[in-house]
Design a protein around this ligand. Structure first.
Ligand SMILES: [Zn+2]
Ligand SMILES: [Zn+2]
Length: 418
């Protein structure tokens, strides 16, 4: 599922919510709200940014220390030199500017007393990146890096990838708050891997300090600590690119069987046949398939033998395909429009609001929107902002009955899978 590269936003959003519905609430991460001055730390596994190289070189403009947390012993102090870490049969060889400092079990922690320090990592596999906070390097057959940093600095590395630069400020704020909420909600995703979130589309794309920009800093300052809550808990803040004119109930997309109170279908219509998301380039689309093409694409998922017929059996009130039926010579497969997209291809059946028309050569799909259509509609948020709506208006439109709170004021019932 992790591709290590960016995929279309709608694909990422789909991945987000699909994993969010696993509902693992095993451990309370922080009891009944963090203290106002208490910082939430995020451990991001650099699965894609650095991956698993044989060696990593680390440099920084500020002095920094390497420690072995198991013994708390200082391993090395580095200033104006380059630290080279090499995987060595499960252990880590450390050298500074070519002079060996020893071999350690690790994981090693690399930290600077200078708060603004940015580490530059260059790996032997060609990956490189700039990161704030603390770097943890684990040994093994190869090395693995974890970046530990404050929540706001983590969001600073997410926003440049997840929030469109050209969107209206109030829409950008709504998306930044959704990204922060998603991170808090998902802190247990990789607990068994020893970190909270990975850095690719499996969780949220995280770019460290590689894409620092003034507009990102401004957005972080304007939304600092804000979280979307329901019953004082961070919500599963799923969103998609373009809802097609109305959003979809979570259960009608196949995201959980029971309705979630804040993921209800809402209309994006503004009258005269226009929607808040009408400016989206995906707002209307058509795709045709031959029966053979559908057969190939549905083979693994539908398991109905040779596909003979596809049809929408049920629409929701907004016109989304709620139930799709695939008939074959060896059975019948019923699924949601969204799961059908997943089976055929998320970029070819762009959205869940579609009709299916038999044509001579096969079937024609006429659709609207891009993505699963559950939760916030990104282009709709931008249209609302253009119409003068605030960030809070936008979030309350797409997430029913929510409140926007400060992270320090909420019940951080974060899931840690153990
Ligand atoms: Zn992940
Ligand atoms: Zn929309």
């Amino acid at each position: 599922m992790s591709t290590g590269t960016r995929v279309s936003p709608s694909t990422r959003f789909f991945l987000q919510v699909r994993l969010s519905v696993l509902f693992i609430f095993a451990v309370l991460f922080l009891p009944n709200g963090a203290q106002a001055d208490e910082q939430v730390m995020v451990r991001a596994g650099l699965v894609s940014g650095i991956s698993t190289p044989a060696s990593i070189t680390i440099t920084a403009a500020s002095p920094f220390q390497v420690t072995d947390p198991s013994s708390n012993d200082p391993v090395a102090s580095v200033e104006g030199k380059s630290l080279l870490l090499n995987a060595n049969n499960g252990k880590i060889d450390v050298s500074i500017d070519g002079t060996p400092s020893g071999t350690f079990t690790g994981p090693l922690r690399i930290a600077s007393p200078v708060n603004s320090c940015i580490f530059q990592l260059a790996a032997s596999n060609g990956r490189k990146g700039r990161y704030r906070g603390i770097i943890e390097i684990r040994g093994g057959a190869r090395l693995f890096a974890v970046n530990e940093l404050e929540l706001e600095d983590y969001i600073r590395g997410v926003v440049p990838i997840e929030v469109p630069r050209m969107f209206q400020p109030e829409a950008q704020k709504a998306l930044a708050i959704a990204a922060r909420t998603y991170a808090l909600r998902s802190m247990g995703r990789h607990a068994s891997d020893g970190y909270n979130l990975c850095d690719n589309t499996n969780c949220q794309c995280f770019s460290g300090a590689n894409r620092d920009a003034d507009w990102v800093n401004k957005l972080i300052d304007e939304t600092r600590g804000q979280v979307i809550t329901y019953d004082n808990n961070p919500i599963a803040a799923c969103y998609s690119t373009d809802c097609g004119g109305s959003t979809l109930n979570n259960e009608d997309a196949g995201f959980g069987k029971s309705p979630w109170p804040y993921l209800r279908a809402v209309s994006d219509a503004v009258g005269d046949g226009q929607d808040y998301c009408s400016a989206s380039p995906h707002h209307s689309w058509t795709k045709t398939f031959t029966l053979d093409e559908l057969n190939t694409r549905l083979l693994k998922t539908a398991k109905v033998g040779k596909v003979q017929e596809v049809s929408v059996a049920e629409f929701d009130s907004g016109g989304h395909a709620k139930t799709v039926i695939v008939k074959g010579d060896a059975g019948e497969y019923r699924t949601t429009g969204n799961r059908f997209r997943e089976a055929v291809g998320l970029s070819v059946i762009k959205g869940t609001k579609f009709t299916i028309t038999p044509i001579d050569a096969g079937y024609r799909f006429d659709g609207r929107g891009y993505g699963h259509a559950v939760g916030l509609c990104a282009f709709g948020a931008n249209g609302m902002a253009k119409a003068g709506k605030s960030c809070a208006d936008i979030l309350k439109h797409y997430y029913t009955g929510i409140e926007i709170k400060q992270v320090s004021d909420i019940n951080l019932r974060l899931s840690l899978k153990r």
